[in-house]
Design a protein around this ligand. Structure first.
Ligand code: MSP
Length: 512
């Protein structure tokens, strides 16, 4: 298996400020980037902003700004959000950068030279909000307005000269590609959706617009701008220096291991993107994982619905790690999930403060009071010790399999079970009653510290900042974290001093 891992988030439209849905895509991608990194993978993690198209042009006009100044401003808020979310991204791409334009123009030329693109006329429905073309049967009428059934966004009639990509020609090759690569689209339910869409017949796709100018120009005909989705999808290779296929980054990281996206943009990623790439003789990515929506009540959060939850406000009130933990634990990955203040508070109180925080505090303060802050020397392990310690070794393969199959919830549940069992172990062993049997007392404390170390490593991709605070008591820094070390039962050096730790999570009082 290759030791390179390339993960991407969707690139976000800077037509509005970032919201919880954006934060969710980014946090999940960061989870995968970090967990692969601590398995020794060479990780490239890309995020960025999607800045061309009619939607952005209109948003800028509304503000009385030129599109680039408008994008410069909002793109910055997304870049800042990456920092606020503590993302470990390697790069942040903007589609208004010259490196990207070069890549898109090159891809276009290849497609045109291969006769995959031809000039004709488009007449049909277009949703500016989705930046998508819809056929008559994908439209419904409600309250006198025509909307796209799939997203509910308003559509408008467009009639203009346009270049078309021969998508229809790729129907059979795509179906074969899905068959040959059964894990290309996950989860399974989404794969079936895509396959039936493609089986239903593909029409050639309009890939240029003439009625506005905010985009990358068609190289052979400057009256047209390249369709924003063809432009945007190419970001995944422009960040690797495509068209320079000999560049180290391109050689190491393409095809991408996984594009993580929301379910609303599945068709673009699972149908159009591999078709463009196959047509240009470029390998498609290895996996498209499409997650669900974060709902506010029963509805998707969106600017037009006015029900946006601001991640920055939540982070200010509760802290980042609790939000990361909540989203990764409470949302069943792949499905829609609700965000509620009550559940977030209960995660903080039960799992983080009571379960993890307390375990660390109790064991550490015991050592400070009774063992001069030194990691004790262990004696032979009893069967009670081995039972709690070996579970990590016994489940290691299952854990890495969960990660490879994006089974986030199963991974988190394993950690929660181990937190309960570590707390139970400490309670049941009652080290405070073993002062006349110092060898046993030392062993119990050594085992408890090993459990804290193992659990903190598993928690690192979820709550990196808090986990690092705990690992710091053993002088384990970010670069020294290795997932495989959870199988060791005697990793810690006896006699070395443990560092101090402050309270990890404050409990939320009911009337806060
Ligand atoms: N610019 C395109 C993506 C181009 S990728 C080559 C786009 N941008 S977006 O800003 O509208 O959305 C980006 C991502 O945020 C999508 O994956 C979308 O699913 C996700 N979310 C937006 N709202 C969401 C929720 N309420 N919940 C979860 N994610 C949702 O589409």
């Amino acid at each position: 298996m290759s030791k390179n891992f390339y993960i991407t988030t969707p690139i976000y439209y800077p037509s509005a400020k970032p919201h919880m849905g954006h934060a969710y895509s980014s946090i999940v991608a960061d989870f995968f980037a970090r967990i692969m990194k601590i398995q020794g993978f060479n990780v490239f993690f890309l995020t960025g902003t999607d800045e061309h198209g009619q939607k952005i042009q209109r948003a800028a006009e509304k503000k009385g700004m030129d599109p680039l100044s408008f994008c410069n401003e909002i793109s910055k808020t997304f870049r800042n959000l990456s920092k606020t979310l503590n993302l470990s991204n390697t790069d942040f791409i903007r589609t208004t950068e010259p490196r990207h334009a070069k890549s898109v123009t090159n891809l276009w030329k290849i497609l045109e030279n291969k006769d995959e693109i031809y000039l004709s006329k488009y007449s049909g429905w277009y949703s500016v909000s989705d930046e998508a073309f819809y056929s008559e049967d994908e439209i419904s009428i409600s309250n006198g307005t025509k909307n796209a059934k799939i997203s509910g966004s308003p559509v408008e009639w467009v009639e203009e000269e346009s270049y078309f990509f021969r998508l229809s020609k790729w129907q059979e090759p795509l179906l074969k590609f899905y068959l040959d690569n059964p894990k290309f689209i996950l989860p399974e339910s989404r794969k079936n959706e895509v396959i039936s869409f493609v089986k239903g017949g593909l029409k050639d796709l309009s890939v240029s617009r003439k009625s506005f100018s905010w985009g990358i120009k068609v190289p052979s005909n400057n009256a047209h701008v390249i369709y924003v989705w063809l432009d945007a999808l190419t970001n995944y290779i422009s960040a690797l220096n495509y068209p320079n296929e000999n560049h180290q980054l391109y050689k190491e990281f393409w095809p991408a291991t996984m594009h993580l996206i929301g379910k609303d943009i599945l068709r673009f990623h699972a149908v159009y993107w591999p078709a463009f790439l196959l047509a240009a003789d470029i390998s498609p990515p290895m996996r498209i994982y499409s997650h669900g929506w974060i709902l506010s009540g029963e509805e998707k959060m969106s600017k037009s619905k006015g029900n946006i939850l601001d991640p920055i406000e939540i982070i200010k009130k509760y802290g980042l790690d609790p939000l990361r933990y909540y989203l990764l634990k409470e949302v069943s990955f792949g499905n829609d999930g609700n965000i509620s203040k009550e559940k977030l508070e209960s995660c903080i109180n039960s799992d983080l403060a009571n379960n993890y925080g307390n375990l660390c505090q109790r064991v550490i303060s015991f050592i400070e009071k009774n063992l001069n802050s030194l990691i004790p020397e262990k004696d032979v392990f009893h069967s009670d010790d081995l039972k709690v310690l070996n579970i990590y070794k016994d489940n290691y393969n299952k854990l890495t399999k969960d990660i490879d199959n994006q089974e986030i919830n199963s991974y988190v549940n394993f950690i929660i079970d181990q937190l309960f069992s570590a707390n139970k172990y400490f309670n049941d062993q009652e080290p405070w009653k073993k002062k006349d049997n110092i060898k046993r007392l030392n062993t119990i404390i050594y085992v408890s510290l090993e459990l804290i170390r193992k659990i903190s490593i598993l928690l690192y991709p979820i709550i990196p900042e808090s986990s690092l605070k705990v690992l710091n008591i053993f002088n384990i820094s970010k670069d020294k974290i290795n997932l495989n070390s959870i199988v060791d039962n005697d990793y810690l050096n006896s006699k070395s001093k443990i560092n101090k730790i402050n309270i990890l999570f404050n409990k939320i009082e009911k009337n806060d």
